[in-house]
Design a protein around this ligand. Structure first.
Ligand code: NDP
Ligand code: GDR
Length: 325
């Protein structure tokens, strides 16, 4: 069998790193798009953390630059394209709504155009998000639940989702959209709540800090492990027919209860250290997310393997290790 080639945008991010490791373990040639930066030496932190920085090929480029994408796709001739690149932090999307629209939304069309023109036989994964559900209209969200985005990020993701569906229906592209619920890991960016909590708890435990400041701790999320979720991405592209899938655990937990797991793990009392800071609340909130992964389980044979408790403990341990003098 010939070796398959994957092209990953967002390869330097959390999911890009885990997906690269998965595809390398399956024998793929893995290539990825990286933004040129003056701090290139620290750019590939996550790939280095997984010990795979020398096993992937990195290509300079930006999602907003169609000419570069056309050239990259022509040169690489990918069998599979994973579009993971995005301005992915919801809170920042109110500070940078136009950039978020360009990168997280409109640029999906750049990827689809590059694929349609240079690699129409390739298969595409689009990273859609549970944030698209926003103001919840059904207790458990599935592929048929109506969307009601609540942030510029979610609005941009909704555009990316529908343009992917549209190119599939218009041009017959093998393009699938994964509606993934929150997934975390020790490689999660520090600005997201789980990692902010596990890093904060580790700092308090090590005497480097005394408090953890959070916003809305009543929000509920359906959290899984990134390692489990990148497997679902790959499975989608192994199907004969492209489709859209919800990927979630089917369990929802408040931010406060997620924090408790972290504090308990190192024997600290949450009430002595947690401070609520109104400045960290969002202009519009997604109060609760709870996904129904029935379709992914039935059609892809996908199952999440790592529980929230195990995930948070792994993240706290990794942060303790990182911060140890
Ligand atoms: P990260 O924020 O960790 O990674 C985002 C990646 O996008 C980084 O590699 C970043 O590069 C890259 N990127 C940002 N802007 C551009 C640009 N203009 N051109 C090229 N690349 C760019 O996100 P995750 O790994 O957590 O998520 C992956 C995808 O899945 C994202 O699209 C996200 O929105 C989506 N998603 C994530 C979920 C989650 O819970 N993690 C859930 C649902 C969807 P750089 O390193 O240079 O910043
Ligand atoms: P989210 O993740 O917005 O769901 O988007 P995040 O971890 O940022 O927030 C989750 C919930 O926690 C509440 N919260 C805080 N959040 C942060 N970041 N910092 C805080 O101090 C804080 N205090 C409370 C938030 O208000 C929110 O309700 C993530 C991203 O990965 C998206 O890219 C992805 O699409 C969705 O998950 C699914």
């Amino acid at each position: 069998m010939t070796r398959k080639t994957a092209f990953i945008t967002g390869i330097t991010g959390q999911d890009g790193a885990y997906l690269s490791a998965l595809l390398l373990s399956k024998g793929y040639r893995v290539t990825g798009l990286v933004r040129r930066s003056s701090t290139a030496e620290i750019n590939n932190l996550r790939l280095r953390w997984l010990g795979i920085e020398n096993d992937v090929e990195l290509i300079d480029g930006d999602l907003t630059d169609l000419s570069g994408l056309l050239r990259s796709v022509k040169e690489i001739r990918p069998d599979e394209i994973y579009n993971l690149g995005a301005q992915s932090f919801v809170k920042s999307s109110w500070q940078q709504p136009i950039l978020t629209g360009q990168v997280t939304g409109l640029a999906v069309t750049n990827i689809l155009e590059a694929m349609r023109i240079e690699a129409p036989e390739a298969r595409l994964y689009q990273a859609s998000s549970s944030e698209m559900y926003g103001l919840i209209q059904e207790d458990m969200q599935s592929e048929t639940t109506p969307f009601y985005p609540r942030s510029p990020y979610a609005v941009a993701k909704l555009y990316g989702h529908w343009i992917t569906v549209n190119y599939r229906e218009s041009f017959g592209l093998h393009a699938s959209s994964g509606i993934l619920f929150n997934h975390e890991s020790p490689l999660r960016g520090i600005e997201f709540v789980t990692r902010k909590v596990t890093d904060g708890v580790a700092r308090i435990k090590l005497g480097l800090s005394s408090e953890l400041r959070l916003g809305n701790i009543d929000a509920k999320r359906d959290w899984g492990h990134a390692k489990d979720y990148v497997r679902a991405m790959w499975l989608m592209l192994q199907q004969e027919t492209p489709d859209d899938y919800v990927v979630a655990t089917g369990v929802t937990t408040t931010v406060r209860d997620m924090c408790l797991i972290a504090f308990d793990h190192v024997g600290l009392e949450i009430d002595k250290h947690l401070v609520i800071d109104p400045a960290l609340f969002r202009p519009a909130e997604v109060d609760v997310l709870l996904g129904n992964p029935a379709k992914a389980k039935a059609k892809l044979g996908w199952e999440p393997e790592i529980s929230l408790e195990k995930l948070i403990r792994e993240m706290v341990d990794a942060d303790m290790e990182r911060l140890k003098p």
